[in-house]
Design a protein around this ligand. Sequence first.
Ligand SMILES: [Zn+2]
Length: 109
Amino acid sequence: MKKKIEKLFSNLCCSQCRNGFDEDSIVIKREEDGLLVIGLECRHCGKNFGVAFLGISNVDLKNYEPLEVTEGPEPINYDDVIDAHNFIKNLNDDWSKYLPLEQNPRDSR
Ligand SMILES: [Zn+2]
């Protein structure tokens, strides 16, 4: 599974040191039915990109676009993922109820 995930990040690079991600950069934190929570950390400079939620159905990962990835020289923007990391530390068995709320993390009014 990690090999497949690695491919999803293979065309990206660290926004800090510009090194690419490899299999060891990915940590599977939770694996649920239809949802995978992974952590991403640069193995070269140690920069932590927080966590990413991958929605997985019966579709093979090779056909799946998990993140909004900008093609070109711009580094990845993981701000939203880091927002998610701020609450995932306290997750328990009903953690999935937080997912819909996280779609508007900046709406604090
Ligand atoms: Zn780095």
